[in-house]
Write a protein that binds this ligand. Structure first.
Ligand code: ADP
Ligand code: MG
Length: 524
């Protein structure tokens, strides 16, 4: 083989692969360009899960007609002039790659006008080939339209997930940016339906309400902390509000969305001992740090950064979260038992793993009955004794915060998570009811449930399945549902919470509920 320089189209397709992985990456780049251009309003229209068309319109500064061809060229940017600038970047873009990359794997049309210009200009790029710049009428700002994404790279198309998943990625992405930029008005439509709409009032709590619903937004705790050169603001969930995955944990660093597992760990550590094993908080945290202390040029998609003082950033996040939790969550019991409070005990959760597994794993014949009677016995008499094959004899000592039963056993102290035990009991009872004949009970007063856009979309797709297992749910407005009936078994449980838990679990599957739809849902 001889060594050759790659033809420019090949080189640019390779480069594009790093920037444009899926429809949501296109949305991200266009959105960031709008923000960099100082837009006050960004309107996004996505069709065919982003494969047919993505349109992003902003009212920012615009691009002049004579720079339009440059804008779609590789390594062409207005945001950086010399290498040193890389260490004091205040814009989201700087690599000058996004438009060129998008143009090389789609049919891209950019229409733009600067306020001082009388007319607008339009340029089309198809699979990397730019056409002539045309003069057109256009409002001030920029409209980027991306059609037939990956039409010339069919291999890429095959890597995309289901349409529902791709749509959800876009929903989640725009939601995150709306939270990070509350002063910008966002409007996202997918397949012609509004998914998210914010007012641009600058009030982050208002955006939270638009994304999670009023009820959740009200409960979120505000984080506000400045420590040395790190400022941490945003919102976190109180300890009682958790999720079964990390998906609703968002970090922005200097206005840039980044995915850093270490930051998530710092957050979770701040909650430690207050969360059940396998549960995660919901959080949107915005870090501001002098640009010279962060290297943003780590990855073409700019989803990672490198901190100059990594440890101090992580401990700063931990401290900020912990302070917010302590301010809002009085835990007097913990004060007298400092051995619970030290961050060094992070591994103490492991000891409860055995329990968790036997409570949440596969059903074991008869176990539910045993647990159930134990539960009743425990509640009936403080001296009750637990007897069960897997668990030694325990003597009940007491109860903490209506959440844990404290018991003494042969090898020490036992904490029984009452909530998990109860869940297990319900699960067993539900499993015993024959599939398809699950009795449903109409609620006296229908319950209104608000969900974030991505969850609402998932739930909307599964109404018929839910009905078969006893939940009658009707769509009502943007992200609102009316819950009319619940499975009889769930009487006495907060119906909205039950529904939320179901949806949350749908989210964990890429293709929720297909083969074993009902059985899986019942298990949930
Ligand atoms: P980068 O954002 O890294 O500079 P892009 O390829 O995304 O690279 O954009 C290239 C250039 O085109 C930008 O530097 C900017 O000058 C211009 N541009 C792109 N999108 C917009 C927009 N929505 N509004 C104004 N200018 C834009
Ligand atoms: Mg850009």
């Amino acid at each position: 083989m001889t060594i050759r320089i790659l033809p420019p189209e090949v080189a640019s397709q390779i480069a594009a692969g790093e920037v444009v992985e899926r429809p949501a990456s296109v949305v991200k780049e266009l959105l960031e360009n709008g923000l960099d251009a100082g837009a006050r309003t960004i309107v996004l229209d996505v069709d065919g899960a982003g494969k047919r068309a993505i349109e992003v319109a902003d009212d920012g500064a615009g691009i002049s007609a004579d720079e339009l061809s440059l804008a779609v060229s590789r390594h062409a940017t207005s945001k950086l002039t010399q290498a040193q600038d890389l260490f004091k970047i205040s814009s989201l873009g700087f690599r000058g790659e996004a438009l060129a990359s998008i143009g090389s794997v789609s049919r891209l049309t950019i229409t733009s006008r600067q306020a001082a210009a009388i007319t607008g200009a339009r340029l089309r790029v198809e699979a990397g080939q730019a056409g002539p710049v045309e003069v057109v009428g256009a409002p001030v700002g920029t409209l980027a339209r991306v059609e037939d994404l990956f039409f010339n790279v069919p291999a890429r198309l095959k890597f995309l997930k289901s349409e529902a998943t791709e749509r959800r990625q876009t929903d989640e992405l725009v939601t995150r940016y709306a939270l990070a930029y509350p002063q910008v008005r966002f409007h996202l439509r997918q397949e012609g339906k509004t998914g998210l709409q914010t007012s641009g009032s600058g009030d982050r709590r208002e955006v939270l309400a638009a994304t999670y619903g009023l009820e959740v937004a009200r409960q979120l705790l505000e984080v506000q902390s400045i420590y040395e050169s790190l400022q941490v603001t945003g919102f976190i969930s109180p300890i009682a509000m958790t999720r079964s995955n990390r998906r609703e944990i968002t970090f922005f660093v200097n206005g840039r969305w980044i995915q850093d597992p270490a930051l998530v760990t710092a957050l979770v550590q701040a909650y430690h001992t207050m969360l059940m094993v396998g549960r995660y908080p919901l959080a949107a945290l915005f870090l501001e740090i002098p640009p010279e202390l962060v290297d943003v040029n780590v990855h073409p998609a700019k989803a990672e950064v490198r901190f100059r003082e990594r440890d101090s950033v992580f401990s700063g996040v931990k401290r900020a979260v912990r302070r917010a939790l302590m301010a809002y969550t009085p835990v007097p019991e913990l004060k007298s038992t400092p051995q619970w409070g030290g961050p060094e005990q992070a591994d103490s959760g492991n000891r409860s793993v055995g329990w968790e597994r036997s409570l949440a794993g596969e059903p074991v014949d008869g176990q539910a009955d045993v647990l159930e009677s134990q539960e009743h016995a425990l509640l009936a008499s403080p001296q009750a004794v637990l007897a069960q094959p897997r668990v030694p004899l325990l003597r009940l000592v007491g109860q903490i915060a209506a959440a844990y039963l404290v018991a003494e056993g042969p090898d020490g102290l036992y904490l029984v998570d009452q909530h998990a035990a109860h869940e297990r009991v319900l699960f067993e009872r539900f499993m015993r009811q024959k599939q398809g004949q699950i009795p449903s009970q109409a609620l006296l007063e229908p319950v209104v449930v608000e969900l974030p856009p991505a969850s609402a979309r998932l739930l909307g797709d599964q109404l018929a399945t839910l009905e078969r297992i006893g939940f009658r749910v009707e769509g009502f407005g943007l992200h609102t549902f009316i819950l009319r009936s619940i499975p009889e078994l769930f009487i006495g449980i907060d119906p909205a919470a039950a529904l939320r838990v179901l949806v949350e679990n749908f989210e964990e599957d890429e293709t929720p509920l297909q083969a074993e739809i009902e059985a899986k849902t019942i298990a949930r």
